[in-house]
Write a protein that binds this ligand. Sequence first.
Ligand code: PGA
Length: 255
Amino acid sequence: MNKQVRKAVIAGNWKMNKTPAETTALINEMKPLVAGADCDVVLCVPYVDIAAAVEAAKGSNIKIGAENVHFKASGAYTGEVSAEMLTACGVEYVVIGHSERRQYFGETDQTVNLRTLAAVNAGLKAIVCVGETLEQRELGYTETLLKYQTKMALTNVSKEQLENIIIAYEPVWAIGTGVTATAEQANEGNGFVRAAIAEVYGKDVAETVTVQYGGSMNAANAEELVAQEHVDGGLIGGASLKANDFSVIVKAASK
Ligand code: PGA
């Protein structure tokens, strides 16, 4: 990554794991291990764990995020949570458009855009996920797809609002599979995302946007991945559930 213009962000995505008690224990274990990191450290946790996470992270450099947010302020949307509810609980970040939400819960590029706008309008930092499937990659559509998803997610997002947006490039074939993209593939995908941002907001602005890589990033491969020009940190699933592994990744991004 280019440390002159961008700060690395390492964000854990706990997915559907951990009870509140387990949340407290894991964050207490992580705190001393990630203290003093030269990158932003975020843990995105299930809604029911937010209160425990915010409490456990108090006084540390760990920031707490949610894993989704609805785009309406309030109303008859059973099971959903608004951006204002999240900020009121001390949440600072939110993951939007993760491929598991797109794949299993009908998330579309339009709803990803609406959720992104709702998040930044409420003062949250949005971690917006994009990524191609293996089939799309093999058909040669990776660049087209990544640029399309990035531009769709950012529709009506102003230059100022972009300061609160992180894009996470997560090839679907690399998520939870143990198959990591090579450093070159990660850098290329992140580069496509940055190029799409440049096409809309200009090159100078695009250079300042944090673009993470995600998909089986772990303690062993993090250093090589974050050393790539366009890889400004990571969105970490499995390895964010282990304090030691997560802290090794944070240290790699702090170098
Ligand atoms: P993984 O998940 O690190 O377990 O592959 C990444 C993600 O889904 O954000």
